[in-house]
Design a protein around this ligand. Structure first.
Ligand code: AMP
Length: 624
């Protein structure tokens, strides 16, 4: 099956909205989706969920950010039977970060299914924790292939009753050297299990695996025919989640907008963000699918008449919205689908006017941005966060404008002129000082100008931007595989007891060590495969705990027994000594490690009590 969704900017008369309830999901799952606040299924979800619910195998071409986790987790949970002691579902993920993230998503989606237990199983975590959880009984296991294989080898993971197997980011798993493990797991689990394979790309090896191990899979590709209007200037800002509100505030200060729609992903976020903007002096309101139609119409009319300047909306709430005053669309959260993007930015530039769109892109959403650019065939321009100087300049020019506008009200000026003249005469103070004093009264407690030396926000956002660009360049070169080690850090050579004889490849070493030891792609230096052992360069400053965590690690079933190499490092072996593949640059480093925030960071991301840059608040509600 292939879903072909046609969308243009002029879609004001969209067809009926498909809801999660239309897809056949179970009640507790639907309830959880409602709690989370997803409004409508994304394209991949709309296509995949009914197919998986039917029991059919699926090959889904989808990348991160499209909502693929829910696309497989929701139907699996909907069909899950209670009371099983051994795992019913297994999700294989390339990295532990992704495994933890998928686990967290499963837990959220299963929040109304008290009996369902989800367990992350990844390298680097003590076996004890995993073993006792497995003994107690789990329904869903989400793990990295290496550690799952270890458990299978030890007989501690019973997959004999497995009903669902998901290969998440299959292409990444292969790049990390897990092909053999994945195939073994596919072959050693029950024949009648249902398999869902997700991959951003479809190299021949994945096609072969799907032909060999999947049964008549439904191939789901969400193609989008999209066109964005040329009268809309499209920009993006690389910004990480915790900085978004402050970045938005600064953009609002500097951009010359009349009406604005800010899009967020969930209904609950519409209200939270609108509230924050109101607290910062903006005339903002929230609309989402939960807002009653009459109220929604009232709010839209207020935007039309200028009573409101900003609407914070979800996709559904903004469907077909046609308000000429909207000069700007901000994607506070980049949308999960390309057609949503096209629809969103089509809310500006109405009636032949010019429009502006600004999309916030977090470093790990960079690929989604590339997909949007590719499909709409229009590049987005990267913007920089306005500096404090920019903000000050805008504030000064608004201040000037306010004086000019007041001076035009001659009759009122007349009345005050005598009052001021009286004050100047009686207090012997120059008229400029009196004007300045009146400005202080008008300004209140908040400063008119900010200190340009105190621009932590800009520094932070610039750092995020550079991270995004770096990833961009890597993507252009064909992704992580071309990446070399971070050369600036001193390295130490380690010996591991697997070599060419064990058919080990550098990418397997990177995959296993990264996952088990919690290392990052930048941590890997040269890797040499010798007949009986291999030499891996790792940072001299590496936490000694990493070696402990690696003490049980196996590659191709063999304990690696990692220890510092006494012969003095990879470079001491001359070229001829190297294995047939040699230390290839293209075998280094799992990209995911950097792409995904660690679990704790992600928690932080969601905190609402993060510090605000109060000084960034507008001196008053900006004039539009
Ligand atoms: P994924 O591609 O699974 O990593 O999901 C990307 C992001 O989209 C995650 O933050 C999800 O919570 C979010 N998401 C998934 N499905 C939806 C949906 N139907 N509506 C809004 N957000 C979603």
């Amino acid at each position: 099956m292939s879903t072909d969704t046609a969308t243009t900017t002029e879609t004001t008369d969209e067809g009926p909205v498909v809801t999660f309830a239309d897809l056949g999901l179970s009640d507790p799952v639907l309830k959880a989706v409602k709690d989370i606040g997803y409004e409508t299924p994304s394209a991949i979800q709309e296509a995949t969920i009914p197919t998986l619910l039917e029991g059919r195998d699926v090959v889904g071409l989808a990348q991160t950010g499209t909502g693929k986790t829910a696309a497989f987790a929701l139907p699996i949970l909907s069909r899950m039977e209670s009371g099983s002691k051994v795992p019913q579902a297994l999700v294989l993920s390339p990295t532990r970060e992704l495994a933890l993230q998928v686990c967290e998503a499963f837990e959220q989606f299963a929040s109304h299914m008290k009996h369902v237990h989800v367990l992350p199983v990844y390298g680097g975590q003590a076996y004890g924790v995993q073993l006792s959880a497995l003994r107690r009984g789990v329904d869903v296991v989400v793990g990295t292939p290496g550690r799952i294989m270890d458990h299978i080898a030890k007989g501690t993971l019973d997959l004999s009753e497995l009903k669902y197997l998901v290969l998440d980011e299959a292409d990444e798993m292969l790049k990390m050297g897990f092909a053999e493990d994945v195939e073994t797991i596919l072959a050693e689990t029950p024949d009648d299990k249902q398999v869902a394979l997700f991959s951003a790309t479809m190299p021949a090896q994945i096609r072969r695996i799907s032909q060999q191990y999947l049964t008549d899979p439904s191939e789901i590709t969400v193609k989008t025919k999209t066109k964005t209007a040329a009268n809309i200037t499209q920009r993006y800002l690389m910004v990480s989640y915790p900085q978004k509100v402050d970045a938005l505030t600064r953009i609002l200060e500097v951009e010359d907008f009349e009406g604005m729609i800010i899009f967020v992903r969930t209904k609950s976020e519409t209200e939270t963000l609108a509230e924050k903007l109101r607290a910062r002096g903006y005339a903002a309101a929230a609309i989402s699918g939960d807002v009653a139609q009459a109220q929604r119409e009232r709010t839209v009319n207020q935007l039309k008449s200028g009573k409101l300047d900003i609407l914070v909306a979800t996709d559904v709430a903004a469907r077909g919205l046609d308000v000429d005053r909207i000069t700007h669309v901000v994607n506070f959260d980049i949308p999960v689908d390309i057609e949503s993007y096209v629809h969103r930015i089509g809310r500006t530039g109405r009636a032949g006017r010019k429009g502006d769109s600004i999309s916030f892109v977090t470093p790990r959403e960079r690929r989604l941005l590339s997909a949007i650019e590719r499909h709409t065939k229009q590049p987005l321009t990267q913007m920089q966060l306005p500096t404090i100087e920019d903000v000050n300049e805008t504030r000064l020019s608004r201040f000037d404008d306010a004086i000019t506008a007041a001076l035009e009200q001659q009759d009122r000026i007349e009345k005050f002129r005598d009052v001021i003249a009286h004050y100047v005469r009686n207090h012997d103070v120059p008229a400029e000082d009196v004007s300045a004093a009146l400005a202080v009264v008008a300004q209140g407690d908040s400063p008119l100008l900010l200190d340009p030396n105190e621009d932590q926000l800009r520094n932070q956002v610039d750092r995020d931007g550079r991270r995004g660009e770096r990833r961009d360049r890597d993507d252009d070169r064909g992704g992580r595989e071309d990446r070399g080690p971070r050369r600036s850090q001193p390295m130490t050579a380690y010996r591991i007891e697997v070599g060419r004889r064990h058919r080990v490849e550098p990418r397997q070493i990177v995959g296993a060590l990264a996952n088990e030891g919690g290392l990052r792609r930048d941590d890997f230096g040269a890797i040499q495969i010798r007949p009986d052992f291999s030499i891996v360069e790792l940072p001299e400053s590496m936490d000694p705990g990493v070696l402990d965590r690696l003490s049980d690690t196996r590659i191709s079933g063999k304990l690696i027994e990692i220890k510092p190499d006494r012969r003095g490092g990879a470079r001491r072996y001359d070229r001829d000594d190297r294995g047939p593949r040699g230390p290839r640059r293209d075998d280094r480093g799992p990209r995911r490690d950097d792409d995904r925030p660690r679990r704790d960071d992600r928690r932080d991301d969601r905190r609402d009590d993060r510090p605000r840059y109060d000084d960034d608040r507008p001196a008053r509600k900006p004039r539009h």
